[in-house]
Structure formats: C-alpha cells, structure tokens
Design a protein around this ligand. Sequence first.
Ligand code: ZN
Length: 759
Amino acid sequence: MDNTNKRAPAGIEPTEERPVRKRRPEGVKRSSGKKRKKKRSFGAAVAIRSVKVIGTFLLSLFLIIIITGSIFVTVLTIYVLNFANVDETISLDREVIYSNITKFMYENPNYDPDDPDSEEYLLYYALKNPNRKSQWIDLSEIPLHVQDAYMAAEDERFMQHDGVDFLRTFSAIANTLLGRTQGGSTITQQTIKQITGEDEQRGVAGIERKIKEIFRAINTEKVYTKEDILQCYLNIVPLGDGQQDIIGIQAAANYYFGKDVTQLDIAEAAALAATTKSPATLNPYTAAEENGYRKEWVLGKMLELGSITDAEYQYAMKEELKVTADPDFQSRIDVDEDELNNQGLTDWFMDEAIDEAATRIAEKKGISFKDARQELYNGGYKIYTSVDMNMQKKVEKEMQDASNFQLYNLAEDDLLSCFICIDYQGNVKAVVGKRTEKTEWDEFNIATDGTRSPGSCIKPIASFAPAVDQDLITYSTLINDKPIEIIDENGEKQKWPVNYSEVDESGHWSGQDLFTWQMLARSLNTAPAQLVEKMTPAYCYNFLKEKLDISTLSESDINYAPVTVGGLTNGLHLEELVGAYMIFGNGGKKYEVTYVTSIVDANDEVIYEKSDGYKQAISESSAYVMNQMMQKVITESNGTGRYAKLTKTALAGKTGTSSDWKDLSFVGVTPDYVSGVWIGYEFLEEIPRDKYQNIGAIWKNIFGDVAETETHHNFEMPDTVVEAKYCTRTGLLAGNSCTSTGIGYYKQTNLPATCSGYH
Ligand SMILES: [Zn+2]
C-alpha cells in the first residue's frame, strides 16, 4: 500500500466547502446604524453621556477579553504543542496493526552465532486476547450498503471532512468539561482511538487525549485514503455484546447473523451499524429492542443521505432480523494461521511473565497494573523471558506423573505440589503451580501465590547462615543438644524446643555435643534455637526480610518459633524460599527473582532491563561453609535429604516439615540451579507417610535428570575458605596428637584454634 501520498477517494470530488451565508428573508430590512437626529433634551444628554460611559466600558471590556483571550490561546497553544506530537501519524496497515501483538521470547538453546539463519531468541508466546474474535477483511469485500450504514450512523460527513468534524469535536470537549461523555468523533478519530488504545474520557486527561487525537486524525488523513481508513475502521470496530468479545464487521456478521459479511442485507448492515455506539447495550442479540430503534434511525439516515432508495428503506424497515448469536461461530471464519500460532493456554511460566511484564510497564509508564495489563495485548512489546523451555516442559511432565510422588498407585490422589527452579542471578528457569494439568489462564500457582509453612527449611536461612556470617559458629563447633528457656504465652518459663524432625521424632534432648554440620544434617531444633537466642529473633527476622526479600513476614514473626522452626504466621511462597537459598550456590548474593529479562517497546526501545545488582546477604566464605554443611544433609547416612542424592553432581539442600506433617518441602542447591518442591493438602491435613515418597526422593524424581545431566558437577571453593582436618573430640583444627579427625571447611577469617591434643 502506498501511503506516502494522499489519494482522492474514488468517486469523491474534493470540494472546497465554505460556509454558506444565510439570506435574509425578503421584506425584512436591516435597521440602519445611523439614527435620525433629534432635538436634544436634558434627558437625552444624560442618556448620551450614559451611552458614552457604557460604550467606553464595553470597549474596555472587549479589549480586556481580546487580550486575555490572546494570552489564553497562546498559553494553550504552547501547552498543546508541548504534549501533542503534531506530526504523529498512526499506521493503519493490517500488518502493523497485527504486529502490535506483544511477543514473549526465550533464549534459543541451539543458537549458533556463526550461522546467519540461527536466531538468538525464539518466540515463546504471542499474547493475543484469548477471547477476542476478529477476522480482517478487505474493503472490496464489504458491501457498499454496509459501508454506507456505518457512515450514516457514525460519521455522515466522513467523505468530506479532513479527519475532524470540528463542530462535533467542540461540543464533545464542552461535554467532557461538564463531566459527560459524548461520541463526537469521526470514523478517523475512532479508528485512532481503537489503535492507540488511549481512552481517557474525563477531565484534563480527556481533553489532552482529544487534542492529540485531532492532530493524529488530520495527519492520518494526509497519508491514507478514505478507503484505507474505512477499511481499517470496519476491521477493528468493537461489536461485542458483553458476552463475546467481537472485533470488526466480519466477526460480527458471523456471530450475530451466522453470515459472511458479503451476505449481509441492508437491515442487517443497519443493525450492526446501530450496535457501534454502545455494543453492550445496543447489539441485536442481548439488546434487541434498543438495537431495533437505533437500526430504524440508521435506515432513516441512509435514506436521507440517499444511500438507499425508498423501496429499499421500506423493505428493510419491515424485515425481521434472524439473530443466531452462535458462540462457536469462530469455526466458520477462516483465521490466519499465524494469528493462531502460540495461542493455546498459557503455561505456568507465562502467567508469571505476563504479570511481571505488566508490573514493569506500569512502573515505567506510571500507569495502573490493570491498564498495563490491557496494554500488553496490542502494545507491540517484545518481552524477553528467562524460561528454559526444555526444563519447563520436562518438569511439567514429571509433576503430572503420580508415580513420582506415590509409594504405590493410589486411586484417590488430591495431594498438591509445586516446583520452581531459579538460576544464580535470580532468573526463574521453570515453574509449576500444581500437580495436575493447567486448565486456565492465570490459574492459582502454589509456588508463587500460595503461602505455606517452610518448616525446617527456614533453618539455613534464618539462623545458620547469619550465625556463620557473624562467626558465632564454624563448620565443626560443638553445640550441645539441649533446649533454651523461653517465656511462653502464659508468662511461664518453658524448655523449648523439642527435637521433632524427620529423623528424630522422639522429642528428646540427647544432651550430646554435636558439630554444627551434624545439627543441620539431622535437623535438630535445639541448635537453631540457641543461635536465634544469641542473635535475637528480631535480628533473624530482619535478615529474612531485608537480606533475603521474604515478603510474607508479619510483625508476629519476631519470635522464637517462626524464625527457629518456620512456624510463620502467614507461611511463605516457595518462590521466595527457593530464591533465598540462591545465596548458598552463588557466594552469598541475593538477586531479585524474576521471569522477565528485558522489555522492548514497539519502537524498538529497551524500556526495561533486569538489573545485575544484588545484595551481598552473607560473605562468599560464609556461603561456601554453609554449602558444605548442607551437602552433609544429603551425603550423611542419617541426613534428612539423603533420598535426593545425585550420582555425579554435588547437591546441597535442606528438607522442611511443618508441624503434624502438613507441609513437606525440599530445596536443592546444585552447581547450576537452586530448585525446590513442596507437597501438602489444600486444607492442611496430615500427609500420610506410608503413601508418599520421601520429599527428597520426590525432588529427585522431578528434577534429578535435569540436575544430573549438567556438565558442571561441583561447587568451586573460593580462596577465602580453607579445607582442613578437625579433631572430632573438640571440633578444633586437628593437632598432631589428635587421633580422630574429619574434614571441615572454614572461613579464613574465622579459623578454629588448633587442638592441644589433651583430651
Ligand atoms: Zn583433638
């Protein structure tokens, strides 16, 4: 299409329209300005003086109004030029309008920079409004009476004006000022409004939009023919009845009358044109009566404008419409293949990416989330995501396989689960929100929306990590398995907590001295309680909140139980728990957990890019010491995470069980990813241990293949950490005469003393 020159619309002679001065009716004479001289009386002199005074006053007033008016107009002009881009035009091309669909991309794992055909990013999902029904049709296929019906109903001077019908526009502005809305727009203006999606109606913003629209309309008419504009308009005009989202004349003809647009008769054309003003309340299906009245008005207008004959008018007025309103009409219209691609249900990752993209756009543009969400549909954004498509598909499949959870095949199976995997810069690679197949858009995702108890998974992040970071403990510090004393709700002293965990259900305190790593591997509650006592619950709470971005904490969590054994008031999102664990695999850095890496707008401008900033939650050396202790959780014969053990790849991790086995979680830290799984019931029932596999085994069933096939098998030890032998009697660095030793990992800045050997 050639858009560079405005072509005269076929059949329309460009006419110079001048306002035609009305003639005075015959016999009426204009009164002369000159008045006949009369003799002056005193009264007359006073009257003349008064007239002079009034005249001067009126003249002054007139000048004041002129001057004020000029200033006002100047200010207004400057103001308008400031916000309205006066040269702006809007593309009406089908390709451009359709390319305004927002696309989500992901990194191509097979990208070859030397191959010119290889693409760095592939299309993940083209975000089209899933309920919106439309099909583009060329103007040549749209019968003339359909075109005429629309011009009669919406813009009778369409073929004459230059984009704007000023009389109607000023009346619309006046109405806007009065807080009313009025459709004073021409077809050109309505087209622009539909394409830009700008829809502000009231107040200053409403006037600004209107003024911008005027400039755009005038410019658009310079570039496009009337036919181009009408074609675009008839394809994008909303005609839904409030139940179906119908866009354009073709989809409307199909939906309301079960016909192709080429088959519409005059009455049907008028009924559709009548719908446009307010589709939900004027359509021929759910508002048949109201539509009927307006249809008759449209037919009258068509007759008046000469677009139908009197006979056609009479016939159409008598015709009874046969409204089909078939919701499955879509099958009859032949939709472009490309438009249908990637238009299935969103997966779990996409839902999160859409939400995050809308949040970023809302932040960037200073608009509401809801508006940003809407803008995503036809904003033409390219949104780059961090998803690993193979991983996402793989874990979705594994999550749906009941044998990955059950010990044997159970008939009844309403156990819930969720999973998430994040890389060490906080980029989510895969997420699954429940075990069964996803059936809805934006379905509730337990990993990101659910808040459940982390149980003992809280220990590494709330007590052990900050304690190692503060040098309160080393890898092999001996800690006595004994309770602390706390004041309970009744103000009484209590020995707390009991050792209720996956391996020690006795609730007894052994009174034995155990190494820090043993305390963590067996998940005893006494050690974290002692550490929390030393640091204070408030310190641990703040560490979780400020350093690790746990957002679901409440003030009541500034207490022993929440930060020691995970009895949090609200629970937490698996997404945030797993996100917090990233510090154990990347040297203590807490990055923001994200799904979107960058956003490019329709003008190819990068409007958002994930920051590479992070919080150093704990030191690199503390993180590595923690990592080694958490590997013991997996490798020890009585470690709570032993069922998750991988064959080739190093794994650090922690299990979590909430009280009465209502929640089970496992978070695994491998050299490439941090990932976690949770299981539980909706209504907090006890998980039967005889029916389900160990949570470590479940994690391995879902993610083991992905974790294991990585080439990168080990964590790298930083220079700030020393691997050394410790004496198993004292937990100090082994001396020459210490006979029993183990291997430990120590911060260079916090090496234990060397054992004297006298024990
Ligand atoms: Zn010793």
